[in-house]
Design a protein around this ligand. Structure first.
Ligand code: NAI
Length: 281
């Protein structure tokens, strides 16, 4: 396992590319939006500077890590030599199915196709390919260079050997892999999103200000970040997509997204990445 292709260079893709390159892998970073690709390389360089300042890596290592990342504007050249593809594009099932059909055509036969999806069925994604045994969830947490957890999700057709390879790979990146089965939202978002949604309802119903809700959860529950700030950090569009998958997939009204979240996304207020959400940035 030497050559990694990361598809999508947004919030998650740039962090995933960064970590693989940091641990010595050759990385192709693919995004169809040239601007996103440029921003990702700037973000990675900035995060490497921070790691260098904190003594995590040496100054000399920074350039070597950057040199291992090659940007690509289209899938073909970006995945031609991949041993592992990690897809981190928009959280939308139709978009992911289309991408996996293409990846299946373009990536070498032996390549594992992993998805960083937060909530979408690994089994459905796998069924869009001719290699469902080699399709797996590899769900990193944000920010990827900092957070230790990787949920490794077994689809109905995922082979045991694929799981073992991805678990071993996560350990090589000094992450802690946790194996979970394929149900909507897996573990992380099934537990996290109802809390974020409830915090949004509390704001929507005027129980308290955003700052007060976040302070209660930070100081009262020892959360490092309040749920509304965390939602801004994740991206409100991503939160809404995940809640919709939980709501439709698990079929109970308890996951129905708060109308305030729906409105903020419709207004283009997606959180930190657009400069405003529950807070201004
Ligand atoms: P994002 O919106 O920041 O970035 C997505 C990127 O994918 C964009 O740059 C877009 O141009 C690119 N893209 C879209 N379609 C493409 C295609 N067909 N080919 C190549 N590039 C394409 O999204 P984000 O937040 O990075 O999420 C990506 C995935 O990671 C989603 O599945 C999400 O659920 C998951 N995730 C997100 C987390 C978060 O905190 N934002 C945490 C863990 C997982």
């Amino acid at each position: 396992m030497q050559q990694i292709s990361v598809i999508g260079s947004g919030t998650m893709g740039n962090g995933i590319a960064h970590v693989f390159a940091q641990y010595g892998f050759q990385v192709s970073l693919v995004d169809t939006d040239a601007g996103a690709l440029e921003r990702a390389l700037v973000t990675i360089a900035g995060n490497l500077d921070r790691q260098s300042g904190a003594g995590v890596i040496t100054g000399a290592a920074k350039q070597a890590i950057l040199d291992r990342i090659s940007p690509h504007a289209s899938l073909g050249p970006g995945v031609r030599e991949a041993d592992l593809v990690v897809e981190a594009i928009t959280e939308n099932e139709a978009v992911k199915l289309r991408a996996f059909r293409q990846l299946d055509q373009l990536a070498p036969q032996h390549a594992i196709l992993a998805t960083n999806t937060s909530s979408i069925s690994i089994t459905h994604i796998a069924a869009a390919t001719q290699r469902p045994d080699k399709v797996v969830g590899m769900h990193f947490m944000n920010p990827v260079p900092v957070m230790k957890l990787v949920e490794v999700i077994r689809g109905k057709a995922t082979a045991g050997s694929t799981m073992q390879t991805v678990v071993a790979l996560a350990r090589q990146l000094e992450k802690v892999p946790v194996e979970v089965n394929d149900t909507p939202g897996f573990v992380a978002n099934r537990v996290l999103m109802p809390m974020i949604n409830e915090a949004i309802f509390a704001l929507h119903e005027g129980v308290a200000t955003a700052e007060s809700i976040d302070t209660v959860m930070k100081l009262g529950m020892a959360h490092p970040m309040g749920p509304l700030q965390l939602a801004d950090f994740i991206g409100l569009d991503v939160c809404l997509s995940i809640l919709n998958v939980l709501h439709e997939g698990l079929g109970t009204p308890k996951y129905a997204p708060c109308p305030l979240l729906v409105d903020l996304v419709a207004a283009g207020k997606l959180g930190k990445k657009t400069g405003s959400g529950f807070y201004n940035y």
